[in-house]
Design a protein around this ligand. Structure first.
Ligand SMILES: [Zn+2]
Length: 114
């Protein structure tokens, strides 16, 4: 299988605009010295794993599935919500705590559980 490559999009696909809401606001904050210059700003970041929940239960612990992170921002020229960057990852199947309230060594407690 061919491994997908991370990709960046410099322009809005709808109008070709190159200025984006969060990126532009972030640059202003960086110029004021209130944000590290190496940080990137996006309107929204979505992460996911491509999986079939009915099959995951039969997969061995440590199996990997393809995952992704999609970075979105809003074009200041036309208002289009644009994908600015896609990163591909591998998500490892981990053991999840099956009984709320019981702590398995090495597995962090879920928030709100004792
Ligand atoms: Zn646009």
């Amino acid at each position: 299988m061919i491994e997908p490559q991370d990709v960046k999009f410099a322009k809005c696909p709808a109008c070709g605009g190159t200025e984006f809401l969060s990126e532009t606001l972030g640059e202003g904050v960086k110029k004021r010295g209130l944000m590290r210059p190496e940080l990137e700003c996006y309107y929204e970041i979505k992460q996911g794993v491509v999986k079939d929940d009915t099959r995951v239960v039969n997969m061995p612990i440590g199996s990997s599935l393809p995952g992704y992170t999609v970075y979105l921002d809003i074009c200041l020229a036309c208002g289009n919500l644009c994908v600015r960057k896609i990163e591909y990852t591998k998500a490892k199947l981990r053991l999840q705590n099956p009984i709320p309230g019981i702590q398995i060594p090495g597995i962090p407690k879920r928030p709100g559980m004792n």
